[in-house]
Design a protein. Structure first.
Length: 232
């Protein structure tokens, strides 16, 4: 990997720079409990993982704000099948608003330091996320106005989700750099690592939970700084 040629960095959002807090399963459990249904976190966690993974691989790349609402309503229904349709609609509305609130998200401890350091080195930075317009509200609540990011590239606004080609083209357009001079950083093996490499980006896989093995990723964002330091 040739870090000496990198002029821009695109960071994935969820799982890379930010995470939901409390965790997703807890938020879903609370939404179900409000409808009189008690479910353990581990069951919800398993259902969410299955529903999200299935949607990622079968839902296609095209998206917009309306389609994102439909997608998440479907995922809520698959995670909480014990609820009636009316109850699930109410739970969905609660969860949609819950995850629009920056109070229910947090930056990873290493995020601000790494982003600031790379910006100070003269790199152009952006967030590149499969999300919807709620991310702008969340991001504004989590970061100071001077947080050094050139743009937020959000799939619902682009009209395509990772791993759709249009998404990565929008990233490069927002950064103003070519793929060969751009580093893609994220926690998804396909969307943030394999596909960017195929498209000519450099890429680093963030593997905070050790899902992929040490040879395939790094466990923390600060490892990026070590990589850049070695290239200087």
């Amino acid at each position: 990997m040739r870090f000496e040629k990198i002029q821009a960095v695109a960071f994935d959002a969820v799982g890379t720079l930010i995470e939901p807090w409390p965790p997703v399963a807890q938020a879903y459990r609370m939404a179900a409990a409000e409808q009189g249904v008690d479910l353990p976190d581990d069951i919800i966690r398993q259902r969410f993982g299955k529903a999200f993974s299935h949607d990622e691989t079968s839902g296609g790349h095209r998206t917009n704000e309306a389609l994102e609402r439909v997608r998440w309503r479907r995922i809520v229904g698959e995670c909480l099948p014990e609820l009636t349709k009316s109850q699930a609609d109410t739970a969905f509305d609660r969860l949609w608003n819950h995850f629009a609130d920056s109070a229910n998200w947090r930056l990873f401890e290493d995020a601000a330091h790494v982003v600031t350091r790379l910006s100070n080195e003269g790199l152009v930075l952006c967030v590149a996320s499969n999300f919807d317009s709620r991310l702008r509200q969340v991001w504004a609540g989590l970061t100071a106005p001077e947080f050094p990011l050139k743009s937020l590239v959000i799939s619902s606004e682009v009209g395509a989700r990772k791993p759709g080609m249009e998404f990565y083209e929008a990233v490069l357009s927002g950064l103003g750099h070519s793929a060969s001079s751009t580093l893609f950083v994220g926690d998804d093996l396909v969307n943030d690592f394999r596909v960017p490499l195929e498209l000519g980006f450099e890429a680093v896989l963030i593997d905070r939970r050790g899902r992929y093995g040490e040879s395939r990723g790094v466990s923390k964002l600060t490892d990026l700084l070590t990589m850049f330091d070695r290239a200087l």
